[in-house]
Design a protein around this ligand. Structure first.
Ligand SMILES: C[S@@+](CC[C@H](N)C(=O)[O-])C[C@H]1O[C@@H](n2cnc3c(N)ncnc32)[C@H](O)[C@@H]1O
Length: 256
């Protein structure tokens, strides 16, 4: 394991309880915590029926599944079997808890997205949300994704938008060059020992990496904050400029 990977994994193990409590912050007593799926009718950018009509009965894998929200939400839509992969044991513990709350069938596997412990051609559908920007060797992660998907399988891939990440909202200036893919070190405020290393790749680089790994890119969507941050009342206080640039970028692709 490279140094970045080890340190990132340590950070996720340290941060997991606090991170997952953010997810569940607005859950009233007795309510199920959220489990949004990228294939749900209210997903950012919405489903893409011309690419995949339904995930019902489809073999699905979530890469960098964290607390399992996407896996559980997609199992709720009828995907089966459902597998979530993450390298953080603590994140997977939360994922298993969420699965048990919902009473759905999903298997969570500890592993690195650049070396998936999964057989070739095993899945019809894959997704990854807000995880591959932490991966130094994006080409390896995408090659592995392509390997575990059958020909014609669908991969929905989303990361934080590099423009959003590079912006200093206070001064309304570009703090990190859009063209610099990193590495960038992120210190999480809560005072953890470990830091996080991320790679803010330009959208063109993400697109070309997908093509090089054998994916046909059918749609590129850029989501504003209004699409992805609808539940947290604190969001109303975000500086104006963060509502004027894309928060994340999403690719709907098909394995060639
Ligand atoms: C921001 S969380 C996103 C989790 C989930 N996809 C979501 O949308 O909430 C990023 C996750 O990616 C995982 N991750 C980062 N790098 C990874 C790698 N190389 N292999 C496996 N998991 C990784 C982290 O452990 C963390 O759970």
């Amino acid at each position: 394991m490279t140094e970045h990977r080890q340190e990132n994994r340590r950070l996720w193990n340290e941060w997991s309880d606090d991170f997952q409590s953010l997810w569940n912050a607005n859950t009233a007593d007795g309510e199920l915590p959220p489990a949004p799926s990228p294939f749900a009718p209210d997903a950012p950018g919405g489903p893409q029926p011309e690419i995949i009509e339904s995930v019902e009965g489809k073999k699905y894998v979530e890469l960098g599944c964290g607390g399992g929200q996407g896996s559980v939400g997609t199992a709720e839509l009828g995907a089966s079997p459902v597998v979530g992969v993450d390298f953080s044991g603590e994140q997977l513990r939360h994922a298993e808890q969420l699965r048990d709350f919902y009473g759905v069938d999903a298997q969570f596997v500890q592993g690195d997205v650049t070396d998936l412990p999964l057989a070739d051609d095993r899945f019809d559908v894959a997704s990854s949300e807000a995880a591959f920007q932490m991966v130094e060797h994006l080409d390896q992660a995408l090659d592995e994704t392509r390997r575990v998907l059958r020909d014609g399988g669908v991969f929905v891939f989303s990361v934080m938008h590099p423009l959003y990440e590079g912006l200093d909202p206070e001064t309304r200036t570009i703090e990190e060059s859009y063209l610099d893919a990193g590495p960038r070190e992120v210190v999480i405020d809560e005072g953890y020992e470990s830091t996080l290393t991320v790679f803010d790749r330009p959208v063109a680089d993400l697109h070309n990496a997908l093509v090089d790994a054998g994916f046909e890119v059918r749609r590129i969507l850029e989501h504003g904050n209004h699409e992805v941050r609808t539940t947290d009342p604190d969001d109303r206080d975000l500086p104006d400029i963060l509502w004027e640039v894309p928060h994340s970028v999403r690719f709907w692709t098909v394995a060639r």
